[in-house]
Design a protein around this ligand. Structure first.
Ligand code: CP
Length: 313
């Protein structure tokens, strides 16, 4: 039995998409789509009535934190928002003590973001029976709900036959928990081809890119692809000197309208946000007709409803 699933395969926590069966991913995507289509079997407004959930974020966030709060509210949960900057974290209280204290208040759902790899799993391992932890981003490791909402956005745009699709994952893969979760989801759903592209200094040196073609030539990576998964240049996690300058990065790895013409004419562009406009993506691509950026954000609420319902209802 893994930490995140029970012996009969049910989710107890959602910490990573790595190793999750395709059927589990598809069930979450289908449930999210049902919420979008207004086809929830039961009234979603009461699914989590009487359940308390806390967004326990030790790192900044706009999309993930607020869309989890929106998702929990739409399911009827009571939502507590933990703000690290005004909490006793500033007095030196550990994440584990913080978690245990909030759990002692009767909170059953924890949505955790932390800069340390494995932080959400560490809290999940300490959780009482009946408490669920969702990883909302830990270090460079995983951001599972982002991976889910990205593949849901791709499925809406291109259909469920992922085996027929070629995609490019572009940019700062080395520091990206989003890329790792996207890659796990794409592989589990049987994607036809993944091209990973970025400067050698921003490519991971572990097994993250197993099965991908890997290169540093963006024009070649874009040739004929059906979707481009752009990544944020994570300057806050970066050692000095990994990119020569933002201008050079944009010249070599920025997605512009001219470059995008190399992809299939109906290719779609995804970016998890926040975007460094003018660095990894130009305004005209970010705001253009092929961009799914705001669709991804909208899908994030539905995906997070599906996850919270699966864990807490
Ligand atoms: N995509 C994403 O995780 O955005 P936030 O950091 O704003 O939550």
């Amino acid at each position: 039995m893994s930490l995140q699933t029970t012996e009969d395969g049910r989710l107890r926590h959602l910490l990573t998409l790595e190793g999750l069966p395709r059927a589990t991913l598809v069930a979450l995507l289908d449930r999210a789509q049902a919420f979008i289509d207004g086809e929830g079997a039961a009234d979603p407004r009461t699914a989590l009535a009487g359940v308390a959930a806390c967004t326990l974020f030790f790192e900044p966030s706009t999309r993930t934190r607020l869309s989890f709060q929106r998702a929990a509210q739409r399911l009827g949960a009571d939502v507590l928002a933990f703000d690290a900057s005004t909490s006793s974290t500033s007095k030196g209280e550990t994440a584990l003590d913080t978690f245990r204290n909030i759990e002692a208040m009767g909170v059953r759902g924890f949505i955790v973001r932390h800069r340390e790899d494995g932080a959400a799993a560490m809290l999940a391992a300490s959780a009482q029976p009946g408490t669920a932890v969702v990883n909302a981003g830990d270090g460079r490791s995983a951001h599972p709900t982002q991976g889910l909402l990205d593949v849901l956005s791709l499925r809406q745009a291109k259909g469920a036959d992922f085996g027929a699709l070629k995609v490019a994952v572009v940019g700062d893969i080395r520091h990206s928990r989003v890329a790792r979760s996207e890659l796990h989801a794409l592989r589990a759903l049987g994607i036809g081809e993944i091209r990973a592209c970025g400067p050698a200094s921003l490519l991971p040196d572990d097994a993250t890119l197993a099965g991908c073609s890997v290169g540093g030539d963006l024009d070649a990576a874009l040739d004929g692809v059906d979707a481009v998964f752009m990544l944020r240049l994570q300057r806050e996690r970066m050692e000095e000197g990994l990119v020569p300058s933002l201008e050079a990065y944009h010249r070599d790895y920025g997605l512009t309208a001219a470059r995008l013409r190399r992809a299939a004419p109906d290719a779609v562009i995804l970016h998890p946000g926040p975007m460094n406009r003018g660095v990894e993506i130009s305004d005209e691509v970010a705001d253009g007709p092929q961009s799914l950026v705001l669709r991804q954000v909208a899908n994030g609420v539905a995906v997070r409803m599906a996850v919270l319902e699966a864990l807490l209802a």
